[in-house]
Design a binder for this molecule. Structure first.
Ligand SMILES: *[C@@H]1O[C@H](CO)[C@@H](O)[C@H](O)[C@H]1NC(C)=O
Ligand SMILES: *[C@@H]1O[C@H](CO)[C@@H](O)[C@H](O)[C@H]1NC(C)=O
Length: 620
């Protein structure tokens, strides 16, 4: 069952509660001709890449045909690519007939440097938004990288008449004042969602988090920014409180709701699961912010998206708690912050989130997910690392910008602190933390040709033939009185197994087996058993010899009495034992030499291939 009624009522609440969606604007300065010279306002589109903090100068062109830009200009054989040395082209297009974004895409394809859309009626400026995904083939949305601006019908008309009179219309698009920049610290908010199954919109958010993390953390650690993540929730109208929809989408008796991820109540996760995870995200922020390490939230959000996705059924509290613990965040404090999510009570954190949804001052209401707010102004444009960084950098008072604003992709090593929350073997100095320009990754390493496998967060294990060469493959190993025993085997199994004569988990410990007590050997009436570490010694009563292969005592001369047939069998058995002993000796020598040669070679080249023989081989 779909939730048409409910989503309608959610929309209704938004319409009723909020009424101040602010149109974000920038300046447009017409420099020629004199007749229309002046500064005008235009509205920044919610797609493409506005040049926050910058300006762009160009010449306006109004196409001869395809006025609305709904068709590709290549069909008309025209190009608006500016020739070298001339000003870039701003293509003027009329509103109507197709999506704004499609017009922008066609303009970009034809070589325009920016698109100006002239409104088709007299009204205040509006924000040009992207089409809903399911109603449009939105592939091109991602590729739009020119700035877009909506201008009023009257300005559009005067530009058109100036052009038709033979004038060259030049203008400057100016975004330098689009973000307030009062001081040396930028405050910004990201209104986001932990939901990862809503299609392109969710994918874009997750990708943005991952890509922007590095820059966000540099800015936050340097004290240049104060970042706050926010989460939108809705509330269930009273009349629907007992409906199945509200019960599956809301917590705290209808107070805080989120839409069902798959829009299907019968399968997968419910809206209330999303609300709880969002609450956890908000609380993780509060806890790390309290300790002055707000930047850690980015690690949590990105790790959570990697480790706990819905598609692997890991969108759970248990998984989230693991992530929190591995980042060294105080789990108890997080739960204290989350409070009671079941009862008929208000949740202070979510209540605060709902209150901050309502616009204040220069910032309008937040109704679109995701929304980025920089210095209390809503960011318009694509949610993409470079574009967002530009917007944030435009928020610093001149000359107080941090280095990252001036040179791209500055780097710091995020593995230095808490090992980036990744797996590590401190004793062997091996880590899964990888510092990259996109922030740190937790990935099991390859060390001296030995590949480690695992999730990179909680475990990595050496695998392959050479694994015992590094930290003994993570297995137990001990030397006593000149004897060394190891639980590592040079095979593909990558498990640790105690050698014969020992028992245990093979990782932390292997205990000597007392062969005498456990009656495993040396049990004949004439035998006297003595346990040793890893083995045993057996002696016989005076005049008898112990035969290890047969685990029995025989008399030196007594054998004669036993008759020829027994002696023959004994001799055969002895020969067989000697031969097989020799064979094992030869094999071990060869194997030993093989692994010696391999480890020598491994110092010169990485050996990824495994040896062909897979027999196990123990050290003893
Ligand atoms: C985060 O910490 C800063 C400074 O300590 C504080 O001003 C801000 O209110 C905190 N934000 C939240 C959401 O707790
Ligand atoms: C650990 O390894 C890294 C690089 O492999 C090296 O720079 C560092 O000095 C090593 N630390 C110790 C304690 O051996």
């Amino acid at each position: 069952m779909k939730f048409g009624v409910l989503s309608f009522s959610f929309v209704l609440i938004l319409e009723l509660t909020f009424g101040t969606f602010l149109v974000e604007k920038n300046n447009l300065k017409v420099t020629s001709p004199d007749s229309i010279k002046g500064v005008y306002e235009c509205a920044i589109g919610n797609f493409g890449i506005p040049k926050y903090g910058g300006t762009l100068v160009g010449t306006v062109v109004y196409p001869m045909s395809n006025h609305k830009g709904c068709k590709s200009f290549s069909e008309f054989g025209v190009s608006f690519k500016s020739s070298p040395g001339s000003l870039p082209t701003f293509l003027l297009i009329d509103r109507g007939d197709c999506y704004f974004a499609l017009k922008a895409w066609n303009a970009q394809q034809a070589g325009a440097a920016a698109i100006l859309v002239s409104d088709n009626k007299l009204e205040p400026l509006i924000t040009m938004d992207t089409p809903e995904e399911d109603t449009a083939n939105a592939d091109y949305l991602e590729k739009i990288n020119i700035p877009s601006a909506l201008i009023s019908k009257s300005l559009g008309d005067s530009i058109k008449s100036a052009i038709s009179d033979g004038n060259m219309v030049n203008m400057k698009l100016d975004w330098t004042e689009s973000v307030p920049h009062p001081d040396e610290r930028v405050e910004y908010e990201l209104w986001t969602d932990s939901n990862d199954e809503c299609g392109k919109k969710c994918d874009t958010q997750i990708e943005f988090l991952r890509n922007f993390k590095g820059a966000a953390q540099i800015l936050e650690k340097g004290g240049y920014t104060q970042f706050t993540p926010h989460f939108i929730t809705w509330y269930c109208p009273k009349a629907f409180m007992l409906s199945r929809q509200c019960k599956s989408q809301c917590i705290n008796h209808g107070r805080y709701c989120a839409p069902d991820p798959e829009q299907d109540f019968t399968r997968g996760y419910d809206g209330k699961d999303v609300v709880v995870q969002n609450l956890r995200h908000a609380c993780v922020y509060r806890v790390v912010n309290e300790t002055g390490k707000a930047w850690k939230w980015w690690d949590y959000a990105t790790d959570f998206s990697v480790r706990c996705p819905m598609k692997y059924n890991k969108y759970t509290s248990e998984c989230a708690d693991e992530v929190i613990k591995s980042l060294g965040i105080d789990l108890e404090k997080v739960y204290l912050c989350m409070g009671d999510t079941e009862g008929d009570v208000e949740n202070p954190v979510l209540k605060a989130e709902q209150e901050s949804q309502v616009g204040k001052g220069s910032r309008g209401d937040v109704t679109i997910l995701p929304t980025l707010v920089v210095n209390n102004r809503q960011y318009r444009g694509k949610l993409e690392k470079g574009a967002v960084l530009k917007a944030i950098c435009a928020g610093f008072q001149e000359s107080t910008e941090p280095a990252i604003c001036l040179t791209e992709d500055q780097n710091t090593n995020e593995c230095l602190e808490n090992n980036g929350g990744c797996w590590q073997d401190r004793a062997a100095n091996i880590t899964a933390c990888l510092d990259t320009f996109r922030g740190r990754l937790c990935e099991c390493p390859t060390v001296q040709g030995v590949k480690f496998v695992g999730d990179g967060y909680t475990h990595c294990k050496a695998s392959g033939a050479l694994r015992c060469g590094i930290n003994n493959g993570g297995c137990w190993r001990e030397t006593r009185g000149g004897y060394t025993y190891s639980a590592c085997t040079d095979d593909h199994s990558s498990v640790c197994k105690c050698p014969p004569g020992f028992k245990g988990d093979g990782v932390k410990s292997c205990e000597d087996v007392d062969e005498c007590k456990e009656k495993r050997a040396c049990q004949c009436p004439e035998c006297r058993c003595k346990n040793t570490w890893g083995s045993y010694e057996c002696t016989c009563r005076k005049g008898l010899f112990y035969l290890r292969e047969l685990d029995t005592c025989i008399g030196a001369f007594g054998a004669v009495k036993l008759g020829w047939s027994f002696v023959l069998i004994l001799l055969l058995a002895l020969t067989a034992a000697t031969l097989s002993g020799y064979a094992i000796y030869k094999y071990r020598i060869r194997h030993y030499m093989d692994s010696e040669i391999r480890s020598i070679m491994a110092q010169y080249m990485p050996l990824d291939s495994q040896p062909n023989n897979t027999e196990t081989h123990m050290d003893f």
